[in-house]
Write a protein that binds this ligand. Structure first.
Ligand SMILES: Nc1ncnc2c1ncn2[C@@H]1O[C@H](COP(=O)(O)OP(=O)(O)OP(=O)(O)O)[C@@H](O)[C@H]1O
Ligand SMILES: [Mg+2]
Length: 427
């Protein structure tokens, strides 16, 4: 116990939770071996401490420790980053470069977010794990390397395997020993300590007295679901420490920083969640809405562009070949050769019965009118998009207490764009 305590002190780990202690203990046990370790846990639980402990308590501690965030390296360069490349192996490879595996030879490499590795890189990694061999990009020379691999992920790897995103053989190779880092919601008793530690740290950093919790606000924190775990608690404590003049934080104040619409674990059945993977549903939904919103907008732009092309070049081969597809997309727009007018125009048939309108060669509409009609038709969804946009902006502003910079960040737009939209919609 004293030993664990000293490790926690050395690495700045706070908490007395049993599962946390178990994770530290396991790290120490596997450290002297070369067994590969897979660290699992939700985002923000503190997975990064584990490979550091393993490295420090291994015979490799005097050699390099390299942490690589696999999710942050672009797919096109990851092989070269990890395994190096030969001069001239691709455009821009002006000289030979050693990869992290070569640089960390004799030491430990921590592959964070390993679930994000592209499949081609997974093959290379499997080879290192199985035979200690790798080949630089653009080379044919096999190189040997002596490296300890610790990997981490916050993804559900079984799901990734089922979806064909992660190789099963690599998963079992990485997962010789599994270390699970517990969620914050399962460590209710540690919340008080963690808050105290963070508030003291931020008090030092910002030269202010530390913020304190009332009994009631502590209870609130303890019953919160913490989808972002300790990272989220740390961020919230920092925000409160900087912003609040009153240093005793009431539950009302706290609620301004932590929305209470996210269900706490106690209010939901454990079966509602898939193992330890619990999501912040409301954030996820908003995020998905935003993606859909962006996609819809791009799709409409694309549809308009194609429509314009069809209109301008009505006799092209593509149009002939893809008539059925075009009809399907435009609901349908039928390119039609008018016998009487000897020119080309479109028929637009609204598929919904209630607004069935049919422009045929006998109608006196011209392309312009049809186009107008098409645009009108497109206005129906774009009107609701506008409503959605207003709704999102309002939500984001409300959530961030009217702070435009934060709201803009959350909406994924610039502050200037947000300002323009606020003006435009008169919000
Ligand atoms: N027990 C703890 N005591 C003190 N600080 C902690 C503890 N656990 C985590 N932290 C802090 O929380 C933050 C998040 O931890 P870390 O980066 O290790 O999370 P993670 O599990 O790697 O998350 P992700 O999957 O998103 O990368 C860090 O600032 C870390 O110092
Ligand atoms: Mg991490």
């Amino acid at each position: 116990m004293e030993f664990i305590q000293s490790i926690k002190q050395k690495f700045g780990i706070i908490g007395y939770d049993y599962a946390l202690h178990r994770a530290i203990e396991k790290s120490i046990q596997v450290a002297p071996t070369d067994i590969s370790v897979l660290v699992l846990g939700e985002s923000g639980v503190g997975k990064e401490f584990i490979p550091k402990i393993i490295h420090q308590f291994s015979s490799r501690k005097h050699n390099s420790y390299i942490a690589v965030n696999c999710g942050a390296i672009p797919e096109g360069t990851i092989d070269s980053e990890l395994f190096g490349h030969e001069k001239g192996s691709f455009t821009g490879a002006t000289s030979m470069r050693k990869g992290y595996f070569e640089v960390a030879n004799g030491g430990t490499i921590f592959l964070d977010e390993v679930g994000e590795l592209p499949l081609t890189t997974q093959v290379r990694l499997l080879r290192v794990l199985e035979s200690g061999e790798f080949i630089k990009v653009g080379s044919s020379k096999i190189q040997k390397v002596n490296i300890r691999i610790v990997a981490a992920t916050n993804l559900n790897m079984i799901e990734s395997i089922q979806k064909g995103k992660f190789r099963e053989d690599l998963y079992y190779r990485l997962n010789t020993v599994q270390i699970n880092v517990p969620t914050l919601r399962s460590r209710k008793n540690d919340i008080k300590l963690l808050f105290k530690k963070f508030s003291n740290d931020f008090a030092d950093k910002y030269h202010m007295p530390p913020v304190k919790l009332t009994e009631e606000s502590l209870k609130y924190l303890e019953n919160y679901s913490w989808p972002g775990n300790i990272r989220q608690l740390k961020n919230v404590t920092e925000q409160i420490s900087v912003v609040e003049a009153e240093r005793e934080i009431s539950i009302e104040k706290l609620k301004e920083y932590i929305p209470d619409n996210i269900p706490s674990i106690s209010s939901l059945s454990r079966n509602d969640f898939n193992n330890t993977f619990i999501h912040d549903f409301s954030k996820e939904r908003d995020f998905l809405y935003k993606i859909l919103f962006d996609m819809k907008k791009s799709l409409n732009d694309l549809k308009n562009m194609v429509f314009q092309l069809i209109k301008d070049y009505p006799n092209n081969k593509f149009l002939e070949k893809n008539q059925h597809l075009i009809n399907k997309i435009y609901g349908p727009i039928i390119h039609h050769q008018s016998a009487e007018r000897k020119d080309n125009f479109f028929q637009i048939e609204h598929s919904s019965d209630s607004e069935k309108r049919y422009y045929n060669k006998n109608s006196n509409c011209n392309n312009k009118e049809i186009h107008k009609d098409f645009i009108k038709k497109e206005e129906i969804p774009s009107f609701s998009l506008r409503k959605k946009e207003i709704e999102f902006i309002q939500k984001a502003l409300k959530k961030n207490n009217g702070k435009r910079s934060k709201a803009a960040k959350e909406l994924g737009i610039s502050e200037r764009t947000l300002y323009r939209k606020i003006k435009q919609y008169g919000l």
